[in-house]
Ligand binder design. Sequence first.
Ligand SMILES: [Zn+2]
Length: 478
Amino acid sequence: MLCLTLLLRAAHAQNQPPMPFAAQAQTSQAEQANFPPQLLEELSAIKATALSDDYAYRQVAHLTENVGPRPSGSLQAKAAVDYVAAELRQLGLDVRLEEVKVPHWVRGAETAELIEYRGQAAGTTQKVVLTALGGSTSTPADGIVAEVVVVNDFNELKALGRDRAAGKIILFNELFDKQKAAAGMAFMAYGEAVRYRGAGPKAAADLGAVAALVRSVGDADFRLPHTGFSMPAGIPAGAVTAEDADLIAHLSSQGKVRMHLTLTPQKLPDATSYNVIADLKGSDHPEQIVVVSGHLDSWDLGTGAIDDGAGVVIAMEAAEILQKLHLRPKRTLRVIAWMDEENGGSGSQAYTRDYSAEFPRCVAAIESDSGAAHPLGFDVRMTPHAAELLRPVLAILQSFGANAVMPSSYPPGADIAAMSEAGVPALGVLQDGRTYFNYHHSAADTLDKIVPAELRENAAAMAVMGYALASMKDPLPR
Ligand SMILES: [Zn+2]
């Protein structure tokens, strides 16, 4: 998941208690008309099938282990597009590839050592574990040497001024709030810290810094660096591990610290890639669309299991289950595997360019991009009345706990943000995020982090909600 949408959504959704619609037993006439008994039976059958279906897990195993990391512009991203398109065709969907020009940035060498600091043993250096941020420029092949200046926030950077920042390596040491994450407010903790990854390098460059480092956003205890998008700054930019940020901060409080830093990523010419778009045509209103989606690209350090192979495969499974049960939605269910969510969002921009004329007929859009852990319900951006109408669906999801509805003023997914801004009711699958940022954008985002039973719950939440939105009598009001 990219930085800004999350930041906005985090600050919001996590502060509000879930709306316990499902706990209210009263059924209104509108609900009965929208969800007749046969539809409720179909939704229950979809749930039961999803909770015992391993389709999504087999798909994410293939995407992560056989295909591998899928950064935009890579050969693996291309292979993933072809694979997902073929699988969806095999399910009998009407599949097309929508062309997207994507950035193609490739990682190079990434090493750093502290070469001068107080108390240094003669003839030694201290290794620093780090990784380049997406879009970082390169140092010369043999690196640069400069003093490191630690700031805790943008105010401290500003206070340094050009005089003390120019020629230096600036380290932003903003902490990721582990207690918030442990208490279930991980997305808020992420939102607070990710501002420095997003905007810090540019702010440092504006004051003449020769490179910028951030403390990794996502604080586990295993000295892992976490990469991610950073606004183009024109200087080398990296993320050091939380442990190394502490080390540098401690040593620099004692005296001058100098670093030898080598980062040699390359920005290659933009590449051609694709969003995969697959329709299961509606029986009554094929022109009305319900989007179920996740993003197919990933960062390159891990294999993109929880971010966001999981989101793609549960959207695929929504279609797989309907085909298996021979259920045809009234409206068209559209599975989208988005390209380039992580490195600029060119996939969702292309979709807006090509499909915005359809947005008035898009009944709802769902994206899952917050991991694969147990689903708690949905972040929703829609009118309170529209959310109220979903009560019968939430009652079905309640048996496995995915019935919370968290109203959000911000789009609940980066790729569906433009649709949401255009008034399309938007939903994000809301997973338990307590451990998500231990692995997010790191080398540890791998298949073993997905618990198959929890992935099945996510698939059930996506399939039940997707079919409900596509088959309820009246489209959700805007
Ligand atoms: Zn993501």
